[in-house]
Design a protein around this ligand. Structure first.
Ligand code: CUA
Length: 388
């Protein structure tokens, strides 16, 4: 290698602020030289502050979910959990945050003190500050203290992890299987004989009876992640593997969540809603979902169009010959609040838009445009709206 050439390039790269102060800047700057000198001296601190601010903004935004067309659920937050194990996770997080925050405050405080107290002063060049080498006491202190802190963190964290992982389903528990697809959620209740999509319905626990829901998480294609911030932490859905998790909400309501593992174009519109019912209302919901679609329909033209097209290859409608497994089960489509995994609210207009051209709502989704005429779209929508 030509070493001259190499050094030449390197020197060019290493033109520092000091050189610039000597030779003048290459490009004119908006900031006056003394200010630039100060900024240059503190560039590492500035970089750390910017990173810290960025992390804080990310953390505040995390967990916010909004469907694209319509907004039935509002914003969710991981800081106000309403279910186990999310509450337990929040408590441990706050403890860890408090310990780490105190360490940060002490270190940052000492750093600021040192920067201010020992800052550069006129005449400093003439004398050298006292040189200190080694101190057994200080070195022992900053080795043993962090070890103790880490040990405490390991103990409390593993206790929480064990608590969550070792939970055994009581006889009253609901069992459900959640299967991630690009880009929707298939939800099965094997014991209840229910199949639905994008809405997980569960009973609430109350003081008298514990009704947790135990979930088996699977994937039909790529890795996804089930995350409903108010109820529990994230758990991945991985192809050829079954992961387990459980939730035990105590307050009835609707809890929005989303896929938390990048899974392709429409990852951001792979939303899930967990609907928590009082126990008797949950039994009613289950009874309704167990019904097949009625053979009689007041939209016979729409049904004809639906069964004459390839809709039946992908969708199931219970009690009919439509037994496709590739797309969501439509037997009780109208009982669901959203379409396209939360991308749109389930209104007549959105349903029409969705049937006419799904790509308009969810670009890249695997449901094709069936090229139906306006009349056929209206007929199919009328038929779909009978699936209650
Ligand atoms: Cu599924 Cu991201």
């Amino acid at each position: 290698m030509n070493s001259n050439l190499y050094y030449g390039r390197d020197e060019q790269k290493q033109r520092t602020f000091a050189d610039e102060m000597k030779d003048g800047p290459i490009a004119p700057s908006l900031v006056c030289p003394p200010m630039r000198l100060r900024l240059y001296r503190h560039r590492k601190i500035l970089r750390a502050l910017v990173l810290f601010a960025f992390a804080f903004v990310c953390l505040s935004v995390a967990g916010h979910v909004e469907p694209v067309l319509g907004n039935p659920d509002g914003v969710t937050s991981l800081f106000r959990p309403l279910s186990q194990p999310a509450q337990e996770i929040k408590e441990i997080s706050l403890l860890v945050l408090a310990i780490c925050g105190s360490i940060f405050a002490v270190v940052a405080g000492l750093l600021v003190y040192a920067i201010v107290r020992f800052r550069h002063r006129a005449g400093d060049e003439l004398s050298e500050p006292p040189q200190v080498y080694g101190s057994n006491q200080i070195e022992l202190a900053w080795t043993i203290l962090p070890l103790l802190i880490v040990f405490v963190l390991i103990l409390v964290t593993s206790r929480t992890i064990a608590d969550i992982q070792n939970r055994k389903p009581p006889p009253t528990a609901v069992q459900a299987t959640v299967i991630g697809h690009q880009w929707w959620w298939e939800i099965r209740y094997p014991e209840l004989g229910i199949v639905t999509a994008n809405e997980l319905h569960v009973p609430a626990s109350d003081g008298r009876e514990s009704r947790p829901t135990f979930l088996k998480l699977q994937s039909a294609d790529v890795a996804h992640s089930f995350w409903v911030p108010l109820l529990a932490g994230k758990t991945d859905l991985i192809p050829n593997r079954e992961n387990l998790m459980w939730i035990e909400p105590t307050k009835p309501g609707t809890y929005p969540g989303n896929c938390a593992e990048y899974c392709g174009t429409q990852h951001a519109r792979m939303l899930i809603r967990v609907v928590v019912h009082p126990p008797d209302e949950f039994e009613r919901w289950a009874k309704e979902q167990q019904q097949s679609a009625s053979v009689e329909t007041n939209a016979p033209e729409g049904r004809k169009v639906f069964f004459a097209n390839s809709c039946v290859n992908c969708h199931t409608i219970g009690g009919t010959s439509a037994q496709g497994k590739f797309g969501p089960d439509l037997t009780h489509l109208m009982s669901r609040a959203t379409l396209a995994a939360g991308a749109a609210t389930n209104t007549t207009d959105n349903l029409r838009l969705w049937v006419r051209d799904p790509q308009k709502i969810k670009v890249g989704c695997l449901m094709p445009n069936m090229q139906l005429t306006d009349e056929e779209v209206d007929q199919v929508v009328a038929y779909l709206q009978t699936l209650k």
